[in-house]
Ligand binder design. Structure first.
Ligand code: FAD
Length: 437
């Protein structure tokens, strides 16, 4: 079919979900034309960004530029307004602002959510953020930490713990530097098994990290411009920090406002973290040709951890991206759409393997040489998880680049892991034979 007669699928966001959608739509190149938009010209492997705060030069190995083919076009800029048939892409370069209109037939919205700086770049919107600028941004944080007397990390989940371990390594030669980690009264990694929390707490305590089991919140700035934080349970406790990292979770990146102003989504479907309530086919409630995938999506029941054991993860985002692509094509062809319930998308990694539900997989690094691997109730601590994390980074980046060979190896290893976990679970849960007399 000539290009101008093919329907256009607009993919907004070139992260895990957006790239998986674009990759899956490549297989339908004769049926659709794809335009994908991102405010950054490059892909960043977010799970490895924390180490880059300590070693900004590593950014090169976890980033790469978005590319184009004849059938797949990339537009750099931020979608600031989207109506049911057209998107406005805004691009800023210094004081110059340009707008492009992109008409579309189907849209997959995959804009993710945000985390505080520098976990997510603060520059992307104001000026296209090149890999070099992103690296300078991380370098600035590194320098601040190198001269800081007090570094405060607020949030004791996986991101806070991993970042803390990285900063311990960065500041180990500074005698006066102290790191404080504020976590919930339930301790570190509260959603993981006790063994994982204990290992993280022992590891960080051995490195002289001060762990405060209380919610900390800002209470002003002192005369020298340092940040003051106090504790919810003890207002007399004050931390005065040179650098603060907010690791308390996802925040809205404001992208969804474009949908509400443009009349694509009603405000009642917008959640506090900026994600959007959608159908289990990933369609928005009112616009069947408009899909939402990845962290930007919220499917009802998703947070029911006991039932679905799901998290907002890169893996789930990729599965959602593939499902969105499949459903776009099915909708175009007048076929029945596939529900996320019947795919691996919602539940990491439920249904990823034919035997049914599998436990959640988490790998948390404690700098380069230690880590924690949780596969449901199974917890492995030490060098093996650190090696696993390293492998995940290498294979994850290569898969995101659509390197078929490494993507195949990655998927195969994942499935082998689930199979082993399944066998392990059977062994653990099978009734013991009665002793012979
Ligand atoms: C520090 C950290 C560690 C993590 N570790 C892990 C891990 O070990 N394993 C794991 O599975 N998951 C991990 N995650 C979670 C994982 O990174 C996310 O679940 C994943 O990035 C979600 O993918 P996404 O495509 O939905 O969104 P994103 O990856 O956030 O991509 C969204 C893209 O949309 C672009 N965008 C946003 N708004 C607009 C707009 N208006 N116009 C144009 N473009 C726009 C952004 O620039 C971005 O490129 C981690 C997250 C963090 C922050």
């Amino acid at each position: 079919m000539p290009t101008r007669m093919k329907p256009t699928v607009l993919v907004v966001g070139g992260g895990f979900a957006g790239r998986a959608t674009v990759r899956a739509l490549d297989d339908y190149g004769e049926k659709v034309r794809v335009v994908y938009v991102d405010e950054k010209p490059f892909f960043e492997f977010t799970p490895s960004i924390l180490r880059c705060i300590v070693q900004p030069q590593r950014l090169d190995s976890i980033t790469f530029d978005h590319d184009e083919t004849e059938n797949r076009r990339f537009a750099l800029g931020r979608v600031t307004l989207i109506t049911p048939s057209e998107a406005t892409v805004e691009r800023r370069e210094g004081n110059r602002v340009t707008f492009i209109s992109v008409p579309y037939d189907y849209c997959v919205w995959a804009t993710g959510v945000s985390f505080s700086e520098p976990i997510r770049s603060s520059q992307a919107y104001n000026e296209p953020c090149t890999i070099h600028k992103r690296s300078s941004e991380l370098e600035r944080y590194r320098t601040k930490c190198m001269v800081a007397n007090e570094i405060l990390i607020v949030g004791g989940g996986p991101i806070g713990v991993e970042l803390c371990a990285e900063l311990v390594a960065l500041t180990k030669s500074q005698e006066n530097a102290r790191i404080t980690l504020g976590c919930s009264p339930r301790g570190l990694l509260p959603r993981l098994p006790d063994k994982a929390s204990k290992f993280a707490e022992d590891w960080l305590s051995r490195k002289a990290v001060r762990i405060v089991r209380s919610r900390l919140f800002p209470c002003g700035v002192d005369d020298e411009g340092k940040f003051k934080y106090t504790s919810e349970s003890d207002p007399s406790f004050v931390v005065i920090a040179d650098v603060v990292f907010d690791c308390t979770g996802a925040k809205s990146n404001g992208a969804s406002d474009a949908l509400i102003v443009g009349g694509v989504v009603d405000e009642k479907y917008l959640r506090r973290d900026g994600s959007i309530d959608i159908r289990d086919t990933l369609q928005t409630w009112d616009m069947p040709h408009f899909f939402v995938a990845g962290d930007a999506a919220h499917v009802d029941g998703e947070l029911d951890l006991d039932r679905f054991a799901c998290e907002k993860t890169a893996y789930a985002a990729e599965e959602a991206g593939k499902l969105a692509a499949l459903n776009v094509v099915r909708l175009m062809q007048g076929e029945r759409l596939v529900s996320a319930q019947s795919t691996a998308m919602k539940c990491y990694p439920v249904n990823a393997f034919p035997f049914g539900q599998f436990p959640r997989l988490f790998v948390i690094s404690l700098y380069k040489y230690d880590g924690i691997l949780c596969l449901g109730p199974l917890v492995i601590c030490g060098k093996l998880p650190a090696l696993t994390k390293f492998l995940i980074e290498f294979l994850g980046v290569e898969s995101a680049k659509w390197n078929g060979f490494w993507a195949f190896i990655f998927r195969s290893l994942e499935y082998i892991t689930y199979l082993l976990a399944y066998l392990f679970q059977i062994l653990l849960t099978s009734p013991r034979r009665p002793a012979m007399h």
